[in-house]
Design a protein around this ligand. Structure first.
Ligand code: 5AD
Ligand code: SF4
Length: 478
């Protein structure tokens, strides 16, 4: 790779280093130099985000920064002066989609030679991807990583005004930056970061390499953000972290996530959700707090990944399937009407038919309301990517199909229990397909389509369920 002076390229080896160094909380790190303050005036940006909620939330920061320097958001790439893809690296098919999109958008440079193409997010943290971009996608002008978002004004200025190809990807543990602008994409539901990064190093997962070390925001900063959201009329917050259960461990904070959850509940916002929880360190205190407060929603995303204890060990998951069941039962017993979703990977290297059967068994046991199921995708730099794999792709595909059939049947069965019941629904807005039908979510995170009699977007109303589908419910307001 031709390295221009000033380029910082990703380095996966450096990205996995974890030191005992204290995380710095930066209250003034984000700053816009004077010459950049109006660089976006009269210009449009088109932002597309892939992947998880953490990435969605990063998208809101990026939009906040761009609007601070004068840009206006547009919703078709044709109108844009700056196109930015905020990407996900968790599986290869997510990456292929982005590379396809980048290729397809290239034509726009013909009609608008000043157009600036940018790529950021988790893919930008990968050595191999940046190499491919530099070699095969010369029309990409700007690449920056998950640790470089606060540098966007400076980086974009270099790419757009100085017309210099710009690559800045830090591979480091990371800090907590508190003074970043934000443009919320939701009107009554908001994402709230409580921590960044991940130290779990599950053997298949790229995230600890792309997002740095586990680091928590100070509790006061989080609670103040939620107070502000309440003042602005937000009804629901989702507390975000790669593993929220670890919240506060790095700060040696007494009470950890259970304490944060309780303090959040006491603020009185109508709905609180959180994601993601690792089954390994889900504490009894957390379960008690969830059970005690009505505004903490009875819905838990609890990724199991596999139903086989040997496989879980190879995946580096730190629990056995018996421990998972025990936790599941404990939550079910204490949190009334709790719904569960999960993540499952099939076709991990050398997975046997018997091990896969154990995965079907845990689905039978938990009868998840929803499950996100994936074929294992090797990620460069992770331990699993170096494992030999004797499972042919057609076997993986066939296992995924069998698993999905089972998952769908239980999703439908769980929904059947709602027939004729009245549920509380937070109104999101008119449904995309039919403007007379409104949609929203129950406390247990079920999508409901219903006829609205009175009320408005952002209200919580009672809806009687009249029909059920596998992935949604139909009803009428009562
Ligand atoms: N291959 C397939 N699925 C993966 N996930 C994470 N890494 C991989 C991978 N390499 C899944 C896990 C995780 C979810 C976000 O994505 O199930 O919980
Ligand atoms: Fe994708 Fe993981 Fe990055 Fe989220 S943290 S965008 S899921 S790779």
């Amino acid at each position: 790779m031709n390295k221009l002076p000033g380029w910082a390229l990703p380095n996966l080896k450096e990205a996995q280093i974890r030191t005992r160094q204290e995380v710095s909380i930066e209250k003034n790190l984000f700053a816009v130099p004077a010459e950049m303050r109006q660089m976006g005036n009269g210009k449009h940006y088109y932002l597309r985000t892939y992947g998880c909620q953490a990435n969605e939330r990063d998208g809101e920061t990026i939009a906040g920064i761009l609007e601070k320097i004068g840009f206006t958001q547009c919703f078709t790439p044709e109108e844009a002066d700056f196109i930015l893809l905020n990407t996900c690296a968790v599986r290869k098919n997510a990456e292929d989609k982005v590379l396809g999109e980048l290729g397809a958008l290239k034509r726009l440079k013909k009609t608008n030679p000043d157009l600036v193409f940018g790529m950021c997010g988790c893919m930008a943290q990968e050595e191999e991807i940046v190499r491919i971009l530099l070699e095969k996608y010369p029309h990409v002008d700007l690449i920056f990583g998950t640790h470089n978002i606060h540098r966007l004004p400076v980086l974009l200025y270099q790419a757009m005004m100085d017309k210099e190809k710009t690559v800045e990807v830090f591979s480091k543990e990371g800090e907590v930056i508190e003074n970043l602008p934000v443009k919320r994409f939701g009107q009554h539901k908001a994402w709230v970061n409580i921590m960044y990064g991940c130290d779990k190093f599950c053997t298949y997962c790229i995230v600890p390499y792309t997002r740095g070390k586990e680091r928590s925001r100070a509790m006061d900063d989080i609670l103040n953000e939620i107070r502000d959201l309440q003042k602005e009329g937000f009804q629901e917050v989702t507390l975000l972290g790669q593993n929220v259960n670890s919240y506060g461990k790095d700060l040696h904070l007494e009470g950890g996530f259970a304490k944060l959850l309780e303090e959040t509940a006491k603020l009185g916002i109508a709905r609180i959700r959180f994601t993601t929880s690792h089954p390994w360190d889900f504490s009894d205190d957390m379960i008690d707090v969830i059970a005690r407060y009505e505004n903490i929603m009875p819905f838990i995303h609890l990724p199991v990944q596999s139903g086989d204890s040997d496989m879980l060990k190879i995946m580096g998951r730190r629990y056995t399937i018996e421990q998972y069941k025990e936790l599941f039962d404990k939550i079910t017993a204490k949190v009334k009407g709790c719904a569960f979703s999960t993540d499952i990977i099939v076709g991990f290297p050398n997975e046997t038919e018997e091990q896969f059967q154990h995965t079907l068994d845990i689905v039978d046991y938990c009868k998840f309301d929803n499950a996100f199921t994936f074929i294992y995708s090797p990620r460069e730099g992770t331990p699993a990517a170096a494992m030999e794999d004797n499972v042919p792709m057609h076997v993986k595909q066939e296992r995924l199909a069998r698993l999905n059939e089972r998952v769908n049947a239980y999703a439908h069965e769980r929904n059947e229990a709602y027939m004729g019941k009245t549920v509380r629904v937070l109104i999101d807005g008119p449904s995309k397909k039919n403007k007379d039908v409104y949609c929203g979510y129950t406390e247990t995170n079920k999508l409901v389509n219903f006829s609205l009699k009175q009320g408005d977007v952002g209200d919580i109303v009672n809806v009687r369920i009249t029909d059920i589908k596998t992935w949604s419910l139909n009803g009428e307001q009562v």
